[in-house]
Design a protein around this ligand. Structure first.
Ligand code: HDE
Length: 728
């Protein structure tokens, strides 16, 4: 039977279908008069009503009362995890129809652009915490499909800390600030976190990711995203394939250095939020390819790991990632609270063609997300908040509740009914009605963990072995830092024990930094995580022999390194800067999509050698090298003279060198580099060659820009770290 048409549900596509659906809910006070919430025009918003100009305020002042009352209720609870985040609108476009795999409409039609809203987040910190905490990043995507909302609520790491939802509150209690003094903010480097982790060997693989540079991304735009769990695709014949979702950033996967991350946290705690906002405002729209790994049902038990275990990934060498479409974020929200704060993701929001598996972590999440929105957004009608509404029509017999917006007409809100012709009607599967995949289940009800979930170390080792040398060094440093902040020596020692089961040299290096030894025999760490009646040997981790020793996809070393789009370059200059030395390089960087800031001892303008004014974007007081990807020092005697004796300019360069960034200088600006620690102490410098390919000093500006642009694209020269330490 035909569904009833409703005029209000047809929306004109302007930007995209979702954005135009939001439009009737947006307001703009430009050119408007001020009123109360009741629409009464306000004459005086400066003074409350009082008995005489020095008298008490009158209770009858409804304008004051309304204003203060609304203010008093402005806050809602922050998300219990992932409280700190940033959102953006965009679209998803499919490359080719996937009808063999899934019947999901948006994965079968290459003509449509599916609107999306994405929210990136950190996990542990509160709403106001720094973006650069060492943490997992949330990567949640709401697809507004024509068949309803599909939410892919993932992270920037492909595995998780725990295997069973039962342990999630424990994990979060352990990582959040300690309950007696609420210290530390947005950091895992404290006793309770490592106490828990050291007793939960299943978290070992995830800990490797968390201690890698993936936990300190350069930008949200330069992170991968993962659905983590194994889901199902269901095709029109009702056949199921397992599927793992991947987001691959077109700009590559890049991170900052830990020392840099800590500095950014002070200089610009909004670094990632600002970066996303500015990129979209400037038209450098962030893009990701959506990829899928497909595993036929028949292969469910083919692998050395269990597909239902969220502490395991499926190596790309075993199952390649098939790119299926592209997501482009092209519009910033109009209002942070209304959109980014109120958006309610739920892993349970799926559409026909996609279904769940029995991953026990996934199953627990299916409960949690609605439950948490009920308290966070204040009642069961949060799906009516504009950002959460589907673009497809929605009708059912759910009614009432706090803040109901929709006015449902008619007498019937039950089914079956005869008074309303039995509307709204159920929908046949062929016509798009959702039917769950009919997985066969014949089992006992037990509280248990499958034996196939007992290998905790082989993929942790795979990850470690797959890293480049600098990446491994960073992991050693990260473990040494985090455990160094742990006061309990017993916890440190237990963690070193766990690491020794992953890799002896990793454990040895961390132990050395902590002033500990590596025990020969590990005191079994898992005793405390056993059920009361358990036989400990049933819970002993098992060692699985894995064939794959390395996986290239796990190292950021192998990522995209040939673009400088939206990279930020600092140009250090002062009065007297050589006009062409400045212009040639700046123009070339801009032509490649880079962003240039001229940084000078003072704001305003400087005068170039040909007496022209040059606009300055930042001063050494407002900028810092940690906020840039590369540094250029142009020539011009007067400018060079000023900079070489300017401690801030010299520090800027020293710090950029320390963080392994590309640095270029016109040969004429060499005295500025001579003033730096790394350059003046570089005996191998032969007057024209370089310390490494990331340091470029030339008078041929064409050659200089070519090399500089390549160097910025490479992101970092990590090999520098070993050679020369810089006190910056
Ligand atoms: Fe979440 N998670 N989670 N999570 N999660 C929440 O929902 C939860 C897990 C993820 O930008 C909460 O609306 C449980 C894995 C993201 O709004 C809450 C378990 C992954 C976001 C919740 C997990 C995630 C959340 C808090 C273990 C990666 C932010 C606020 C069973 C695949 C979404 C909220 C946004 C948010 C519960 C584990 C990703 C409490 C119980 C694994 C990206 O419902």
């Amino acid at each position: 039977m035909k569904k009833k048409e409703s005029k209000t549900e047809k929306v004109e596509a302007v930007d995209n279908q979702k954005v135009s659906a939001l439009r009737p809910h947006t307001a703009d006070a430009t050119g408007q008069e001020m009123t109360t919430d009741q629409g009464v025009k306000i004459n005086d918003d400066q003074n409350s009503l009082r008995a005489g100009d020095r008298g008490a305020t009158l209770l009858e002042d409804f304008i004051l009362r309304e204003k203060i009352t609304h203010f008093d209720h402005e806050r809602i609870p922050e998300r219990v995890v992932h409280a700190r985040g940033s959102g953006a609108h965009g679209v998803f476009k499919l490359y080719k129809p996937l009808s063999e795999l899934t019947k999901a409409g948006f994965l079968n039609n290459t003509e449509i652009e599916t609107p999306v809203f994405v929210r990136f987040s950190t996990v542990a910190g509160s709403r106001g915490s720094t973006d650069l905490a060492r943490d997992v990043r949330g990567f949640a995507v709401k697809f507004y499909t024509e068949e309803g909302n599909f939410d892919l609520v993932g992270n920037n790491m492909p595995v998780f800390f725990i295997q069973d939802a039962m342990k999630f509150p424990d994990l979060v209690h352990a990582v959040k600030p300690e309950p007696d003094n609420e210290i530390p903010q947005a950091a895992s480097a404290h006793d309770t976190f490592w106490d828990f982790i050291s007793l939960m060997p299943e978290s070992t693989h995830m800990i490797m990711w968390l201690m890698s540079d993936r936990a300190i991304p350069r930008s949200y735009r330069m992170m991968e995203g993962f659905g983590v769990h194994t889901f199902r695709f269901i095709n029109a014949r009702g056949e199921s394939n397992f599927v793992k979702f991947h987001w691959k950033p077109m700009l590559g996967v890049h991170s900052v250095a830990w020392d840099e991350a800590q500095n950014i946290s002070g200089k610009d705690p909004d670094f990632h939020r600002r970066d996303l906002w500015e990129a979209i405002e400037s038209g450098a729209f962030p893009e990701w390819e959506l990829g899928v790994q497909i595993i036929p049902e028949a292969d469910e038990f083919k692998y050395e790991f269990d597909l239902l275990d969220s502490t395991k990934l499926v190596p790309e060498e075993l199952v390649p990632v098939l790119p299926i479409g592209k997501m482009t974020l092209n519009r910033n929200p109009d209002n942070f609270f209304a959109e980014t704060e109120q958006v309610a993701f739920h892993i349970g929001n799926i559409v026909p063609g996609i279904d769940f598996t029995n991953d026990p972590l996934l199953q627990g999440r299916l409960f949690s997300y609605t439950d948490t929105q009920l308290i966070r957004l204040g009642g069961p009608n949060f799906h009516e908040i504009p950002i959460n509404r589907p673009i497809s029509p929605s009708h059912n017999n759910q009614r009432d509740g706090f803040m109901r917006q929709r006015i449902d007409r008619g007498k019937t809100s039950y089914g079956p009914n005869s008074l309303g012709d039995n509307y709204p009607l159920q929908v046949k599967e062929e016509a798009g009605g959702f039917k769950s995949y009919q997985e066969r289940i014949d089992a006992r009800k037990v509280r248990a963990r499958s034996d196939s979930f007992r290998d905790h170390f082989s993929q942790a080792r795979l990850f470690y072995n797959s890293q480049s040398e600098p990446e491994r060094n960073h992991m050693v440093d990260a473990f040494s830092f985090e455990l160094g902040k742990v006061k309990s020596v017993a916890v440190r020692q237990r963690m070193v024990g766990i690491l020794s089961l992953v890799d002896k040299s990793l454990a040895g290096e961390v132990a050395a930094a902590l002033g500990l030894g590596v025990q020969e025999k590990l005191e079994t760490p898992i005793n405390r995580s056993l059920p009361a009646d358990a036989n400990p040997s049933d819970y002993e981790p098992i060692e699985v022999k894995v064939k794959l020793k390395k996986s290239a996809a796990l190292s950021m070393e192998n990522t995209v390194k040939d673009t400088i789009t939206s990279r930020k370059i600092a140009v250090l200059a002062a009065d007297g800067v050589d006009a062409s030395s400045l212009k040639i390089v700046i123009d070339a960087i801009r032509a490649e999509g880079g962003i240039v800031h001229v940084i000078s001892p003072k704001l305003g303008q400087i005068t170039s050698s040909d007496h022209k004014p040059i606009q300055v974007e930042e001063s050494f007081l407002t900028a810092a090298s940690v906020l840039y990807d590369g540094i250029y020092v142009p020539g011009g005697k007067a400018s060079v003279n000023k900079l070489q004796s300017n401690a801030d300019a010299v520090h800027f360069l020293n710090e950029a060198f320390k963080h392994c960034k590309a640095i270029a200088a016109d040969s004429e600006a060499r005295p500025v580099l001579d003033a730096t620690y790394f350059f003046s102490n570089a005996p191998e410098f032969d007057g024209g060659s370089t310390l490494d390919e990331g340091i470029i000093i030339e008078n041929d500006l064409k050659s200089l820009t070519d090399k500089f642009i390549k160097a910025i694209g490479r992101h970092r020269f990590w090999e520098r770290e070993k050679k020369r330490k810089v006190p910056a």
